[in-house]
Design a protein around this ligand. Structure first.
Ligand code: GTB
Length: 216
C-alpha cells in the first residue's frame, strides 16, 4: 500500500528543504518506498479533518492503510523498522542508531529551534539582542560535543543510519546561521548527507512543490 504524507502547500522556507516533510521524504527514498503527498494550507492544518491526523495541526503526517502517524521521529522510526536500510541488524548497533535519532530530536534540535524562535518570533523584543548570544552559545556547546564525538568518521556510529538521517536533517537548519561552518567536520557530515541520492530526490520533490506553487 502506497503511504501518503502531508506537506505545506506553500512552504515558508522557499523550497530550501527545511520543513519537516523533507526528512520523511528522505527516509522513504532511502528505503525505496514510493509515496504520495497531500498538500495542506495553513488554514486546512487547523481544520478537524487534519486535526484528526495530527492533534497539533502540523505537517508532516503519514497514512498507510488504517495507520495514521504524526511526529517525524515516529514516522522515520516506523519506516526504519519495516524496511531494510536505515537500522543495522545487530541489536546493539540498532539500539545505538535509535539513540542517535532521539539525541537529534531531544538534545540537538531544541537548541537550534531556540535560535529560530529568538530570531523570528522574538527578534523585535527589547531584550532580544541580549538573549541571542546566549542562545547561540548553547548551540555551540552542543556542536562542540557532537563534533568531538563524530571526529573524522563519516557517520555517527558505523554505517549511515536513521540516526544520521535525523541528525543531518536537524543540523541543516543551522547552515545559514554560520554556526555550522565553525565545525568543519560537522559541515562535511551534513554535506555527505545532502550528497546522498535519496536526499537529493527528497529535496528535489519538495522544491518542485514550492516551484509549482510560485509559478502556478
Ligand atoms: N515535532 C514535530 C515533528 O517532528 O513532526 C514538529 C512538526 C512541525 O514543527 N511542523 C511544522 C508545522 O506544521 C512544519 S516543519 N508548522 C505549522 C504550525 O505549527 O502551524 C517546521 C518548519 C517550518 C518552517 C520552516 N521554514 O520556513 O524554514 C522550517 C521548518
Amino acid at each position: 500500500m502506497t503511504p501518503t504524507i502531508t506537506a505545506f502547500e506553500r512552504s515558508p522556507d522557499g523550497g530550501r528543504g527545511l520543513a519537516r516533510d523533507t526528512r520523511v521524504r528522505w527516509a522513504l527514498e532511502e528505503v525505496g518506498q514510493a509515496y504520495e503527498v497531500r498538500l495542506v494550507s495553513f488554514h486546512a492544518m487547523k481544520e478537524p479533518a487534519h486535526l484528526a491526523l495530527h492533534p497539533f495541526g502540523q505537517i508532516p503526517t503519514y497514512e498507510e492503510g488504517d495507520l495514521a502517524l504524526f511526529e517525524t521521529g515516529s514516522i522515520v522510526f516506523h519506516l526504519a523498522q519495516r524496511h531494510a536500510g536505515l537500522l543495522p541488524d545487530d541489536a546493539g548497533a540498532r539500539a545505538r542508531a535509535i539513540t542517535w535519532m532521539f539525541a537529534a530530536l531531544n538534545t540537538v534540535e531544541p537548541a537550534i529551534l531556540d535560535l529560530v524562535i529568538a530570531r523570528i518570533l522574538e527578534g523585535d523584543k527589547p531584550w532580544s539582542r541580549e538573549r541571542l548570544p546566549l542562545v547561540q552559545d548553547r548551540i555551540r556547546e552542543r556542536m562542540k560535543q557532537l563534533s568531538a564525538r563524530l571526529g573524522d568518521a563519516d557517520w555517527l556510529d558505523g554505517a549511515f543510519s536513521a540516526g544520521d538521517l535525523m541528525m543531518v536533517s536537524v543540523l541543516l537548519r543551522l547552515k545559514t546561521s554560520g554556526i555550522l561552518g565553525e565545525y568543519p567536520n560537522l559541515s562535511a557530515y551534513v554535506a555527505r548527507g545532502e550528497a546522498r541520492p535519496a536526499f537529493r530526490r527528497a529535496f528535489d520533490a519538495q522544491l518542485a512543490v514550492f516551484t509549482a506553487a510560485s509559478t502556478g
